[in-house]
Design a protein around this ligand. Structure first.
Ligand code: M6R
Length: 361
């Protein structure tokens, strides 16, 4: 049942404020400025012994994991990174007993992720799952973990599950942080930020008409460039994946800092750029990158916390705590991909060549 929406993608994008509310519900502990994650199976002493965190997933879940790794590094100060599960399992990885492995999956059935989990367990590693579908293969195989509580996601193109997965990682990062060196004040700051998310998501979704008009402005593009730095980079990658999956427009994502090392050669009016420009300590660097693009007559659509003079258009999103900004900045670009695909008459819920869950190698 699409509940009055024309596609599941639109329905699922629209559900995100409620979905985020669900992943937060019952988990916040104001007394200790932390969160409780029931199924983690990792006590405080074990959590303190973790030296490194390796996050494994595919596609959108991998991108959510990249943001998750940044959140863990920022809040818990544990070295963390994300890698596509398929790459990991084929490179005979060094499995280290002090590393905590985290498998991320909406369906919980993605074969490459499941096989990585099985290989890790065979080698004696501890693996947590960050999974949406309750009781799925990956959830069962993992030693513990947390459910993402996005609710059923039908559209092949993942939207609400991305957002909820990133929020679930923020909870995990906060939990680990408060067991280690994150202060009460910072814990509280992040909790307050998390609580603001549902309303801020509704505010972004309320701008759909504006985003639809912008999608029409850029619909003539043959190809699009997505750029961001640090917190903005996984957002750029995910937005680029959304656009190509659902509209079949070619898109590339690069760290803004890498532009001058090659991709700048592509910039011309027919190759517009979407720039993720959070109001953080990299704002000036991002402005400089936009200036370089303008100097090559590139068009720019910025997603930012304030109107960007260097950009042709800006989608202004509400500001949260710096660490949590990536959760919100991708949402307008889900709508951007959706409206681009809709105008092109694409099969939005079932893009060509793709399946909702990839249970083959
Ligand atoms: O179910 P999973 O999260 O494990 O799926 C992983 C990818 O196949 C999935 O995210 C894919 O990239 C989506 N089509 C993205 O929209």
């Amino acid at each position: 049942d699409m509940g009055g929406h024309d596609t599941y993608m639109h329905k699922e994008i629209s559900e995100q404020a409620d979905a985020v509310d669900r992943v937060l519900r019952g988990r916040i502990d104001d007394r200790f400025s932390t969160v409780h994650l029931g199924g983690l199976n990792l006590d405080a002493r074990e959590a303190r012994g973790v030296r490194r965190i390796k996050i494994l997933g595919c596609g959108t879940s991998y991108h959510a994991g990249q943001i998750g790794a940044q959140l863990i590094e920022e809040l818990a100060r544990i070295p963390a990174d994300a890698e596509p599960a398929s790459e990991f399992r084929y490179r005979n990885p060094v499995v280290d007993p002090d590393t905590l492995y985290v498998a991320v999956s909406q369906s919980g059935e993605t074969y490459d992720v499941l096989a990585a989990v099985q290989e890790l367990k065979r080698k004696g590693a501890r693996v947590l799952g960050v999974v949406n579908v309750v009781g799925s293969a990956i959830a069962r195989e993992a030693d513990g973990g947390t459910y993402v509580h996005a609710g059923p996601e039908v559209c092949v193109v993942s939207t609400k599950c991305f957002t909820n997965t990133v929020v679930a990682f923020a909870l995990l990062a906060l939990h680990l942080g408060r067991i280690r060196d994150l202060s009460v004040a910072d814990g509280k700051r992040i909790i307050d930020g998390l609580r603001r998310l549902p309303e801020q998501i509704s505010e972004i979704l309320g701008r759909e008409d504006e985003i639809k008009r912008l999608a029409a402005e850029y619909a003539d593009a043959k190809s699009m460039m997505f750029i961001g730095r640090v917190r903005g980079y996984p957002v750029a990658r995910e937005a680029s994946l959304k656009l190509k999956e659902v509209s079949y427009i070619h898109a590339e994502a690069y760290p803004a800092s890498e532009l001058k090392h090659g991709p700048l050669a592509l910039i011309e009016p027919a190759m517009p750029t979407v720039a993720i420009v959070p109001d953080d300590d990299l704002l000036e660097k991002n402005r400089a990158a936009m200036e370089e693009i303008k100097a090559r007559s590139g068009r720019i659509l910025a997603v930012a916390h304030q109107v960007q003079e260097k950009a042709d258009h800006t989608i202004v999103v509400p500001k949260n705590e710096n660490e949590l900004d990536p959760i919100l900045m991708g949402i307008p670009l889900q709508l951007f991909a959706y409206h681009t695909a809709l105008a092109m008459g694409r099969d939005i819920d079932k893009p060509r060549n793709l399946a909702k869950s990839v249970t083959v190698e």
